[in-house]
Design a protein around this ligand. Structure first.
Ligand code: SAM
Length: 231
């Protein structure tokens, strides 16, 4: 008779967390964060606020863009030992303009037997599209445009797109981006600012109208932005 072989199967849960409002977290995400052995977080201070809100106490490790590949070895060793590891980013879904993809790719490569599960939830991308009032059955997501090399190519791609293009932008560059969108003759834009937070705001109109809005309300040039460029 063949000897039975027991292989421990570690599990990596990629967990979406709130993009502002701490109530935006799924029951499954909370259960996963309660049940896992360790949480790898982009910034342990940020996830600590979510954990404190739900009275969850767990060992935390940092895994950010700079340390992702180095920390992947550590995560893989834990999964080999049969541990349950949760991965979170600062906001929303890991891997969407956030660390996560390289870790997942390494785990798939080195440890094909490990379970990798998604715990879906908020993302600024889908939240913005859900209230933009435009057909999002097809869209292009470009995340943050490159700051220098490749920026003009990306703008050209936006100009030529016949479906909506969704971008992430920081408060420091939002006015610059609007100017650039004007130069490529973008027609209408929708800007979703501070989604799920106290100062949530949706500004929609021609690029010029939106620029006028921000010039008249300098306080609105703060926070976090999703920019949707209409075709
Ligand atoms: N992983 C996140 C997700 O799933 O949406 C995105 C992380 S990315 C580093 C951060 C960018 O997402 C911000 O600069 C902003 O463009 C966008 N973002 C995140 N939270 C937001 C919010 N509450 N309102 C508007 N945009 C937000």
């Amino acid at each position: 008779m063949e000897p039975s072989v027991f292989t421990k199967r570690g599990k990596l849960s990629v967990v979406a967390t709130p993009i502002g409002n701490l109530e935006d977290i799924t029951l499954r995400a909370l259960r996963t964060l309660k049940e896992c052995d360790v949480i790898y977080a982009e910034d342990t201070r940020v996830i600590s606020k979510v954990l404190a809100r739900y009275d969850i106490k767990k060992p935390l490790q940092r895994l950010d863009a700079a340390t992702e590949l180095k920390k992947a070895d550590e995560v893989i060793a834990r999964l080999e030992a049969g541990e349950h590891v949760a991965l979170v980013s600062d906001a929303g879904t890991p891997g969407i303009s956030d660390p996560g993809a390289r870790l997942v790719a390494q785990v798939r490569l080195i440890l094909p037997g490990a379970i990798i599960e998604a715990i879906p939830g908020p993302s600024a991308l889908t939240a913005a599209l859900s209230i933009a009032g435009m057909d999002a059955s097809g869209f292009t997501f470009l995340g943050f445009l490159p700051h220098k090399k490749g920026r003009q190519t990306a703008l050209k791609k936006i100009a030529e797109s016949d479906i909506p293009v969704v971008l992430y932008e920081s408060p420091h560059r939002i006015l610059k981006l609007l100017k650039e969108l004007e130069t490529i003759n973008a027609s209408r834009v929708t800007i979703a600012r501070e989604l799920t937070k106290m100062h949530e705001e949706i500004v929609s109109g021609s690029v010029t109208e939106v620029q006028v809005h921000f010039a008249a309300h300098p306080v609105a040039v703060r926070g976090e932005f999703v920019v949707i460029v209409e075709p």
